[in-house]
Design a protein around this ligand. Structure first.
Ligand code: KG4
Ligand code: ZN
Length: 360
């Protein structure tokens, strides 16, 4: 089965072609630089960028996957245009939600239009449900891990700029959210505390880099909800304590080593909460496997500490490849294919986006 998939829920425009569990191509056009000027994603700008970048991303994805022919009706200068035929694609998929409404609309409506034109089934996908698949996907064209069902049930951490979720994956297409953030997401905490330090948006990768030469024990920040009985997270208190800390230590930012120590100390607080709560949920749920995906899963300390904790406690750990941690259409296509293989009904071509769609 060959699927063309679209993802435009936030600030990444992505189009991918997947076939039989393999990623044939995955084009991702990031808007990070554009939004950096504003210190966060501006929804209206994101939508305009998606409109500008979607067709080039689709051309790249189709061409890399070897799908489509140069339409003989096109003039020479347009000969690189890829026109997929109804014989080459079996279905079209797109992120239906959650996400920024204007951003979601671009990819979702484009996908519906392609499905309409080619008379193919259309599948609207829940963005977080797709993240559950990214740890099992190979970005280099390799097959979807054939044995992933053997690692179910598992506990999966989805941690990004917009969300922090712990999910129990019972079996394929069958999962239950154990907990989520009651305020800020972990990535948001990286980004907002970084902004207070004068770092560019998104600050997560830079905090990760600076932390490598910082002392994580230099400053003691709160670990919110660490000992709470629930699987929920909270990061806004940590953010506020960094704000007060900087107010009380105004000269600290002039000293590069103290900035590195501050980054490492903030990162240590976030990572400790994520790791301890994930492992505790895994133990409580009596699973053998832990997985993680979402942009923050690129963080080196999080990857290291999850590995150490899982090894110590005997869990198999499956981390998404870094290129598949951040938002991408490959995971959307892979999940759409699984749904079709399981004979789940296609999504109506009149269906609307669901910006506030909550994973159950
Ligand atoms: O999944 P993603 O690309 O987009 C969504 O938010 O859905 O995640 C982006 C988030 C940002 O908050 C960014 O700062 C964070 O992931 N991030 C990181 C790292 N790389 C990306 N946070 C900490 N360390 C990193 N290396
Ligand atoms: Zn995401």
């Amino acid at each position: 089965m060959t699927i063309l998939a679209f993802e435009t829920s936030c600030d990444e425009t992505s189009v991918a072609v997947v076939r039989d569990g393999r990623v044939l191509s995955s084009a991702v056009s990031s808007q990070v630089k554009l939004h950096a000027e504003y210190g966060g994603v501006v929804p209206e700008l994101a939508a305009r960028e998606h409109l500008k970048n979607l067709l080039p991303a689709a051309r790249t994805a189709l061409s890399e996957a070897g799908i489509g022919r140069a339409d003989p009706a096109l003039r020479d200068q347009d000969a690189q245009q890829r026109v997929p035929t109804d014989l080459e694609l079996d279905a079209i998929a797109a992120t239906q939600g959650p996400g920024l409404p204007t951003a979601l609309l671009v990819g979702f409506k484009a996908a519906q239009a392609v499905a309409f034109a080619l008379r193919k089934p259309f599948v609207g996908i829940h963005h977080h449900e797709a993240h559950l698949y990214s740890p099992w996907i190979a970005s280099n064209g390799g097959a979807l891990a054939a044995n992933f069902a053997a690692f179910q049930p598992n506990v999966s951490l989805i941690v990004s700029g917009g969300h922090t979720l712990l999910v129990r994956v019972e079996s394929e297409l069958n999962h239950r959210v154990l907990g989520s953030t009651v305020d800020d997401a972990a990535g948001e905490c990286f980004d907002k505390t970084g902004k207070m330090m004068g770092l560019e948006y998104p600050a997560g990768p830079e905090i990760d880099r600076l932390s490598e030469q910082g002392n994580p024990k230099a400053y003691d920040f709160p670990r919110p909800l660490l000992h709470d009985a629930s699987d929920d997270f909270s990061f806004s208190g940590l953010k506020t304590s960094v704000r007060y800390f900087l107010r009380d230590n105004p000269k600290l930012l002039d000293d590069p080593q103290r900035v590195r120590d501050l980054c490492a100390s903030i990162q240590a607080a976030i990572v400790e909460v994520l790791v301890i709560k994930t492992i505790r949920a895994a133990k409580r749920n009596n699973v053998r496997c832990v997985t993680a995906s979402g942009g923050v899963t690129c963080n080196r300390a999080l990857r290291r500490d999850l590995e150490t904790a899982c090894k110590r406690d005997g869990f198999t750990l499956r981390l998404a490849e870094k290129s598949l941690c951040t938002d991408n259409a490959a995971m959307i296509g892979i999940l759409a294919e699984r749904k079709l293989l399981y004979k789940l009904p296609a999504t109506d071509l009149d269906a609307e986006i669901q910006p506030g769609w909550v994973l159950a």
